[in-house]
Design a binder for this molecule. Structure first.
Ligand code: AMP
Ligand code: MG
Length: 401
C-alpha cells in the first residue's frame, strides 16, 4: 500500500504537460497564468492627486495655520481625465480631484478639508495647514514600475491580479487549458435528489460536492448519470466518460466488496491500473489508472472519503494539469482547542473548524459517512498513526472552504 506522498508523486508523474490557450481577461478568474507578465507601463502612468483639493507649491504654504491662513489665487480647474494646461506659479493653486493629473509647477496637494473659500472672494483659497512636498500626490510608477513582474507563469489569477493586469491595459491573457473532469457515481442504492426514495435507497451526494471542488481547482466538471452496480453498466459509463473527458473521477465501487467493478471496467477497456490503495484514513481504497491520455481517479463511495481523497490526491493533479505552481491546499497554523486522536495505523485526516483566532475544533463525528461534520468543517488536520494530539498543540490546518 502506498504512502500518501508516494501516491501523489505517481499521480503527478502521469499528469500531461499543460496546454495553453488565450482568454479574455474577464474570463480568466481562477485560471493559471501560462506566461510571466511584466508591466508594459508605469502605474500610475502619471503623477496624480490622491485627494480632492488644490495643487500648490508646498513652500508657499509652509507657514499656514488656522489663525493666519495663507491666501492662494485659484488659477485653474483640472478634472480627472483632463490634461492640465497651465503651470501653477508661486502664490497660486489649481482645483483638482482624486485621480486628476498634477499640473506642472505644483509639488503637493492641499486637502480640501484643510482649506476654506470665502464667499466674498471666490477666486481665493485660504490655506489652514501646511503640506510637505509630495504630500497627497501619487507618483508615476509608485505602484509598479514599467518592466516590473506582475504575474509569474503558474500563478492563479485572483481578482487582485486581474485588476492589476487590467490596469496595465491587458485585454487577453495566456492561461493553462482546463481539464474537463467527468464525474461518475456508482451504486445501485443511489437516487437523484428530487426523486422519490425507495426502501434501502439514499440520495446521491458526491457528484454535486465534487463538482464544487473541481471548479475550485480551476477545472470543468461534467456530471454523468448514476451508474448501477453491474459490470456492464460500470464499463459503459466509464467508457463514455473517458471518451468525453480529460479525467474521470468516479465514486464507489473500488473496495474489495463483490460489487466493486471500477478496476475491472478499466482493465476491460484496455486501461492501466497504477495503484488501488493509499495508506490514509479516510479513503484507503483509491484507484488510480490511465486510459490513453486520460486519467481515472476511482474514489471511495463514502462521501467524506470521496471529498478528502479528492482534496489530497485529485485537486493537486488538476492544478498541475493547468500549470499551477501551488498545488497543495493552503496551510495555516492553528492551535487545538480540544485533543484530536487517531487510534488507527494510518495517518487520519480529521475534519476541523478553525475559527478566526486560529483555534481549531473538531468539526463533529469523524466517520467516513458523516456529512454534518463535513458541512461544518473548513479544514483538515493530519493526525499521525496511534497518536493523540493534546489540547493546545500547534497544528497545520489544510484549508478548503
Ligand atoms: P462504496 O464505496 O460503493 O462501497 O460505498 C460506501 C458507502 O458510501 C455506502 O454506504 C454507499 O451507499 C455510500 N455511497 C457511495 N456512493 C455514494 C454517493 N454518490 N452518495 C452518497 N453516498 C454514497
Ligand atoms: Mg457502492
Amino acid at each position: 500500500m502506498l504512502e500518501l506522498q508516494e501516491a501523489l508523486a505517481q499521480i503527478l508523474a502521469e499528469v500531461p504537460s499543460p496546454a495553453r490557450e488565450e482568454v479574455a481577461l474577464g474570463e480568466a478568474a481562477g485560471r493559471v497564468a501560462a506566461e510571466r507578465l511584466a508591466a508594459p507601463l508605469d502605474l500610475p502612468p502619471f503623477d496624480n492627486s490622491a485627494m480632492d483639493g488644490y495643487a500648490a507649491r508646498a513652500a508657499d504654504v509652509a507657514a499656514a495655520c488656522p489663525e493666519a491662513p495663507v491666501r492662494l489665487r485659484l488659477c485653474g480647474h483640472i478634472a480627472a481625465g483632463e490634461s492640465p494646461a497651465q503651470e501653477v506659479l508661486s502664490g497660486t493653486c489649481a482645483r483638482l480631484f482624486t485621480g486628476s493629473p498634477m499640473p506642472p509647477g505644483a509639488d503637493a496637494v492641499l486637502m480640501q478639508e484643510e482649506t476654506r473659500v470665502a464667499p466674498e472672494e471666490p477666486g481665493v483659497v485660504l490655506v489652514l495647514e501646511p503640506v510637505k512636498p509630495g504630500e497627497n500626490v501619487r507618483r508615476r510608477g509608485q505602484d509598479a514600475e514599467r518592466g516590473a513582474k506582475l504575474v509569474e507563469a503558474g500563478d492563479r489569477l485572483s481578482a487582485g491580479r486581474i485588476s492589476l493586469l487590467a490596469a496595465m491595459g491587458r485585454a487577453r491573457v495566456l492561461v493553462g487549458r482546463q481539464p474537463v473532469v467527468g464525474l461518475l457515481a456508482t451504486g445501485s442504492e443511489l437516487r437523484e435528489p428530487g426523486q422519490p426514495l425507495g426502501p434501502g435507497q439514499i440520495y446521491e451526494s458526491n457528484r454535486p460536492a465534487l463538482a464544487v471542488l473541481v471548479r475550485g481547482a480551476g477545472a470543468v466538471p461534467r456530471i454523468f448519470p448514476l451508474v448501477a452496480d453491474t459490470p456492464e453498466a460500470t464499463r459503459s459509463a466509464l467508457a463514455e466518460a473517458l471518451a468525453q473527458c480529460n479525467a474521470v473521477v468516479s465514486t464507489g465501487g473500488v473496495s474489495v466488496g463483490e460489487l466493486d467493478f471500477v478496476k475491472d471496467a478499466l482493465a476491460e477497456l484496455g486501461g492501466a491500473l497504477k495503484f488501488r490503495r493509499v495508506a490514509i484514513k479516510p479513503g484507503r481504497p483509491f484507484v488510480f489508472g490511465r486510459w490513453r491520455e486520460r486519467l481515472l481517479f476511482g474514489l471511495p463511495g463514502n462521501p467524506v472519503s470521496a471529498l478528502v481523497t479528492f482534496l489530497l490526491l485529485v485537486r493537486p493533479a488538476l492544478l498541475r494539469w493547468q500549470g499551477a505552481n501551488e498545488i497543495a491546499l493552503p496551510a495555516h497554523p492553528g492551535v487545538l482547542a480540544e485533543p484530536l486522536a487517531n487510534a488507527g495505523v494510518h495517518p487520519h485526516f480529521l475534519r476541523v473548524r478553525a475559527d478566526a483566532a486560529g483555534q481549531v475544533h473538531s468539526a463533529g463525528l469523524q466517520a467516513s459517512h458523516a456529512l454534518s461534520s463535513l458541512a461544518a468543517a473548513n479544514g483538515l488536520v493530519e493526525v499521525p498513526p496511534r497518536t493523540t494530539l493534546p489540547r493546545s498543540s500547534r497544528v497545520t490546518v489544510m484549508r478548503w472552504e
